[in-house]
Design a protein around this ligand. Structure first.
Ligand code: GAR
Length: 204
């Protein structure tokens, strides 16, 4: 039986495309993406996904940028109850996920463009440059009720150079994100993950 997932995006959607490509290439064999859901009707990733023939839709989540409204939560929960996905993959989704949504599926995963627990929240590539770190990277983690906090599945590292700009560093990290997210999903759908307290153990 294939596992079912929905992907939430807010804008560009390149990580969602990386996941869809990993399915197309046969790397994520037992996975089906039932829908790509954007909380922003102008998300460029929404147009790209639709053009490529995927089931992609805007779903109203609220007027505030980072929080769901009550009606937004109901909209998303109604859809999840209809689709009954096993997982939600957050891929550049910029809203805090309410507990009711987290509890509506087996697992919610997120990708974040820093080496957590360093640099949580927004504009984290700028935070990393301003802090003067010499390495950065990305983290795929389980989502819990605290922002950028859940158990870490995979991290990939990139160097930070003296003359990096936010754009250059973001691109370098994004390249690694496109590998890390499919890898983390592969571990999940192939039952290779055990969680002890907040420690993820990769089971052979
Ligand atoms: C990615 O860098 C992702 O890690 C980040 O937004 C970008 C979305 O790119 N997510 C966060 O900052 C979440 N806190 P994409 O839309 O092209 O996948």
């Amino acid at each position: 039986m294939k596992k079912k997932a929905v992907i939430f995006i807010s804008d560009r959607g390149s990580n969602s495309i990386a996941i869809l490509n990993a399915i197309k290439d046969g790397y994520l064999k037992n996975l089906e993406i039932s829908m790509i859901i954007a909380d922003n009707r102008n998300a460029s990733g929404l147009k790209k996904a639709k053009k490529a023939g995927f089931n992609a839709n805007f779903v109203y989540a609220g007027t505030k940028k980072s929080k769901f409204s009550e009606r937004g939560v109901e909209n998303y929960l109604n859809l999840i109850h209809k689709i009954k996905p096993d997982y939600i993959f957050l891929a550049g989704f910029m809203r805090i996920i309410p507990e009711r949504i987290i509890q509506s599926v087996k697992y919610v995963l997120n990708i974040h463009p820093s080496l957590l627990p360093s640099f949580k929240g927004l504009n984290v590539q700028k935070q990393a440059l301003d802090y003067g770190v010499k390495i950065s990277g990305c983290t795929v983690h389980f989502v819990d009720t605290n922002v950028d906090n859940g158990p870490i599945i995979i991290q990939r590292v990139v160097p930070v150079f003296d003359n990096d700009t936010v754009e250059i560093l973001s691109q370098r990290i994004l390249k690694e994100e496109h590998k890390a997210y499919p890898e983390a999903i592969w571990l999940l759908i192939n039952n290779k993950i055990g969680i002890r307290d907040r420690i993820v153990e990769i089971v052979e």
